[in-house]
Design a protein around this ligand. Structure first.
Ligand SMILES: *Cc1c(COP(=O)(O)O)cnc(C)c1O
Length: 352
């Protein structure tokens, strides 16, 4: 087997997607499958579709193109507001996009008219996290302008929390979104198809509330792939936490001191590293480094300790574990490390 590699269990992903779909559906919320964490991998995307998900979302048009070209049968939503320089590809390759800039929406409109199509838009509203979204006070004005544009159709209102500012989805901000939708619908005599309330961080709000208001959609990535909500990284009942396993190989194994010796300067990260003196320890070097994946989100399954890494080497204290040159060492991953592994040309993707 190639090394390093990420082993992907499609059945576990499919199981998680089904369970989450049922859970959110129990209070009337549909879920969109977010594929950016797996770099738009078409085989994984197909597993999501087979588990009953009909809309897939990615932050990158290149990933959406890749899935389309591989014959993934779904509607595709672009998560990151379209670049002004990419409106043509947005209209051509995506069905829906999340938007927060009128200039971009006008450009999408012109492009859609030229291509004789209708591009669907979910307007994003800023509710505290301070990443994308129009201010609540501006929503009415922007909707009014959008309604005069041909080629684009406003199909929903959305928000995104817990991504930049760490703001939790709660009854306050979710109710705010519902009331914004109610106001817009009343003022313009419209009916919004999607009220897209957030992402995997909405789990705690969802389980705690007995009134979801108008929210009828969530965009879910991390919970499907890693089985956790994202505010506290707590496991969600009945989901698999280990659909992905990263494997790397031992390339050197020696007993050496735990404390580097000689005069101390900066390491490759520009830091002056600090180590505890534990005397002699068995140190393994694994053939994986910063250049391959985000090292901070690697969690060894065996009881060994990661001491640090450089661009191509990961150094571990093997503690009581008996490893040899050529042994394979497996890790659980967090979302950032999953994303980096799936994007890395150096990490083989082995789908089971
Ligand atoms: C990444 C992203 C999501 C999905 O987030 P998860 O934490 O993976 O569920 C949803 N919405 C937007 C706008 C995103 O950028």
């Amino acid at each position: 087997m190639p090394s390093p590699r990420i082993e992907i269990d499609l059945n576990k992903i499919g199981h998680n997607a089904k369970k989450l779909r049922e859970l959110y559906h129990s209070k009337g919320i549909g879920i969109i499958g977010v594929t950016k964490g797996v770099n738009g991998n078409p085989t994984i995307a197909k597993a999501l579709v087979e588990s009953g998900i009909s809309i897939l979302a990615d932050s990158r048009i290149s990933n959406i193109k890749k899935m389309r070209n591989a014959g993934v049968k779904a509607q595709f939503l672009l998560l990151r507001t379209p670049f002004l320089s990419q409106v043509r590809d947005t209209v051509q390759f995506t069905d829906i996009s999340l938007n927060s800039e009128l200039t971009v929406i006008k450009s999408l409109s012109i492009c859609a008219i030229a291509l004789h199509t209708i591009h669907k838009i979910i307007l994003m509203v800023e509710l505290g996290d301070l990443r994308e979204g129009v201010l609540p006070s501006e929503v009415e004005e922007i909707v009014e302008q959008m309604l005069s544009l041909k080629g684009v159709e406003l199909i929903g209102i959305g928000t995104n929390l817990a991504c930049f500012g760490g703001i939790k989805p709660d009854e306050n901000n979710m109710d705010r979104l519902s009331s914004i939708v109610n106001d817009i619908e009343e003022k313009f005599g419209l009916k919004m198809l999607f009220i897209s309330g957030g992402n995997s961080a909405n789990y705690n709000w969802f389980t705690a509330t007995n009134n979801i208001g108008r929210i009828n959609q969530l965009r879910i990535g991390e919970s499907i792939f890693l089985g956790r909500e994202t505010l506290h990284s707590e496991p969600i009942p009945e989901l698999f936490l280990d659909a992905f396993t990263l494997v790397a190989e031992v390339i050197e194994l020696k007993v050496k001191p735990s404390l580097p010796y000689g005069s101390v300067g900066q390491n490759v990260l520009g830091e002056i590293p600090k180590f505890d003196d534990e005397g002699l320890i068995t140190r393994a070097i694994l053939g994986i480094g910063f250049q391959d994946v985000a090292i901070a989100g690697l969690y060894p399954i065996l009881d060994i300790q990661i001491l640090g890494a450089s661009s191509d080497h990961l150094i571990v204290n093997t503690k009581q574990i008996d490893l040899k040159v050529g042994s394979e060492v497996a890790f659980h991953v967090n979302y950032a490390t999953l994303l980096s592994a799936m994007c890395s040309v150096e990490v083989a993707k082995i789908i089971n």
